[in-house]
Design a binder for this molecule. Structure first.
Ligand SMILES: Cc1cc2nc3c(=O)[nH]c(=O)nc-3n(C[C@H](O)[C@H](O)[C@H](O)COP(=O)(O)OP(=O)(O)OC[C@H]3O[C@@H](n4cnc5c(N)ncnc54)[C@H](O)[C@@H]3O)c2cc1C
Length: 292
């Protein structure tokens, strides 16, 4: 069959990956990104390991994906533990590699800091300062992080939301949320954001469950609540990976459908570097491959 170009339908999508640890993992990740690139995502992003631990691998993964997929890439970048000069060097390397979009983050304090963030003596004070700094380096598109259930270190949900507004007012173009499992969690957050005058897009981050044990651990760490019905549904499924994948796609699709019914038009998928569940989710949202 000759290749045919189809119209891309469905909501906008973006995909998030993390840099692989081995050469074999990097090759498999590149294959995953090539596969998902066929859905014509708005962008694909690559995370920046805690405290900049994956700086070089993040950059090389971004370069590979720019070259191999042609999709606009976004590089995550944190300012924890780094001087302004070090952050600027990474941002310039992104720009020179064709990565014109940054997911700008403060980052987590190191484990020995017991959750207390202290800026580097020559560094950015926090995310707002970082965003203002990046704006001076180059005309990057900038996404920022948002927390529908509030960041675990937030003084209050109100202070957390006001801080999100400050990040967007400082130059963030959109917010991407931490994952959550109930549509109402996102919708309430979106309403509260609108009430304090946030007008920029808030894109829900959707996590299709991979390893169940790991998903509940991540949720615990980042303050995302796991409804009892979901714990029951996934109970024991780590022993049945194929069933788990079917259930994960079904549950994530239901969440997307509920959000779409409320006008959500862009989903950011946490792929966990696997193509299959995100692939299924895109198809379920009516998203076709650009060519076949
Ligand atoms: C979409 C997304 C992508 C991510 N990617 C990465 C990644 O690639 N690498 C990585 O290491 N981590 C990543 N993280 C995690 C992130 O680094 C942590 O959640 C970190 O603790 C906070 O970073 P931030 O940019 O959200 O910080 P901020 O929003 O600046 O601060 C976190 C919270 O602290 C409070 N706060 C901070 N400063 C103020 C202030 N001045 N006034 C009032 N309240 C304040 C607010 O409640 C705020 O929500 C990501 C998170 C999300 C949601």
């Amino acid at each position: 069959m000759p290749a045919q170009t189809r119209t891309v339908a469905g909501p906008e999508i973006s995909f998030e990956f993390f840099p692989a640890k081995t050469e074999k993992g990097a090759e498999s990740l590149l294959q995953t990104s090539r596969t998902l690139a066929g859905f014509g995502p708005r962008f694909m992003s690559v995370t920046y390991g805690a405290g900049g631990s994956t700086r070089d691998r993040t950059l090389s993964t971004l370069k590979d994906m720019v070259r191999e997929t042609g999709v606009p890439m976004a590089g995550h970048l944190t300012c924890v533990g780094a001087s302004k000069g070090e952050v600027e060097a990474v941002a310039r390397a992104y720009w020179d590699a064709g990565v014109k979009h940054i997911v700008a983050l403060r980052g987590d304090p190191p484990p020995e800091a017991n959750g207390v963030y202290t800026p580097h003596p020559q560094g950015y004070v926090g995310a707002v300062d970082l965003i203002e700094g990046l704006r001076k380096i180059a005309p990057f598109e900038i996404s920022v992080a948002a927390y529908p259930e509030a960041h675990p270190a937030a003084l209050s949900p109100e202070a957390d939301l006001a801080h999100l507004k400050a990040k967007l007012d400082a130059g963030g173009d959109r917010a991407i949320t931490q994952f959550f499992f109930e549509a109402s969690t996102f919708l309430r957050f979106r309403d509260r954001a609108a009430r304090i005058g946030i007008t920029k897009p808030i894109v829900p981050g959707i996590l299709p469950i991979g390893s169940v044990a790991q998903a509940w651990k991540f949720a615990d760490m980042c303050g995302a609540s796991v409804p009892a019905w979901m714990r029951d549904l996934f109970d024991g499924l780590d022993e049945r990976p194929q069933t788990r994948a079917l259930v994960a796609a079904t549950v994530a699709d239901r969440l997307c459908q509920e959000l779409r019914a409320e006008g959500v038009e862009h989903f950011h998928f946490y792929t966990l570097n696997h193509a299959d569940t995100s692939y299924a989710l895109c198809r379920l949202q009516g998203r076709n491959m650009q060519s076949s």
